[in-house]
Design a protein around this ligand. Sequence first.
Ligand code: GDP
Length: 303
Amino acid sequence: MVGSAIVKQLKQEGFTNILTKVKKELNLINQDQVHNFLKVEKPDHVIIAAAKVGGIYANNNYPAEFIYQNLMIEANLIHGAYLAGVKNLLFLGSSCIYPKESVQPIKEEYLLSGILEPTNEPYAISKIAGIKLCESYNRQYGTNYRSIMPTNLYGPKDNFDVNNGHVIPALIRKFHDAKVNNIASVEVWGSGMQLRDFLYVEDMAKASTFIMNFDIKTFNEVTSPMLSHINIGSGREATIKETSFLIKEVVGYHGNVIFNADMPDGTHRKLLDIKKIEGLGWKPNTGFKDGLKKTYSWFLENY
Ligand code: GDP
């Protein structure tokens, strides 16, 4: 989802020599394959959007896959980029790197100040490791490896699996299937009171190239060697209940919504503080309902 949106954005900005690989062509978990690929291609810039990702259920049930695959992807690409002499790299993380009980909105400097949310701790640890890999290579080898931490994303090409997807694609699928099959109610996990900061993926793609293109002098002025990651969020939050009713409306489902409190809520809130990137000149511009409508249109055309 994120990789495709970034490629689209790069093309819009006039980049032409964009190299992408699917898993069958290049397995990012395989060190030899990744190192050889980077040595041969010697890209000017590497963007790491690839990751093993999933919603609360997947993170909670496949923790070994989440920590192992993400650590390997990051270590292979970051070390491989360094060995191939690649100067510039952009690493994408996640807002789950922050402590569960963070003061809100969450500032970049709250990283490593408390205990993580248990449902996605293995994934979060791998993403923290990615930031620290970038910073360590910058400090020791003078590279320009930057990290950005997006909030909960949604949009075209998301994973619409009802069990393993994130909440927005899973609920689009559930409400759509219930509408088509005349099912009386749809189940939403948790209390409904949890809050999330949802950003449309095309806004995220714009933020990614914005940070990638930023001149190094200004970038270094707003970051420091051991606190270099930048938050990317929507600047607003919605409860899961509000979100469910908005998706219900966008899909046009008229049945009931049932909240299943036996399913996990995860962290209560994780609103990112986006003052840093806003100060540099980026801001989100897709309204929530608008983004949901675009996502549902994509779903209708592709499923
Ligand atoms: P999280 O931000 O890492 O917790 O990722 P998710 O997108 O998986 O979940 C966000 C919130 O939505 C959690 O509080 C879930 O309990 C809630 N939620 C409600 N219904 C669903 C659903 O059908 N699928 C998912 N993944 N989450 C749901």
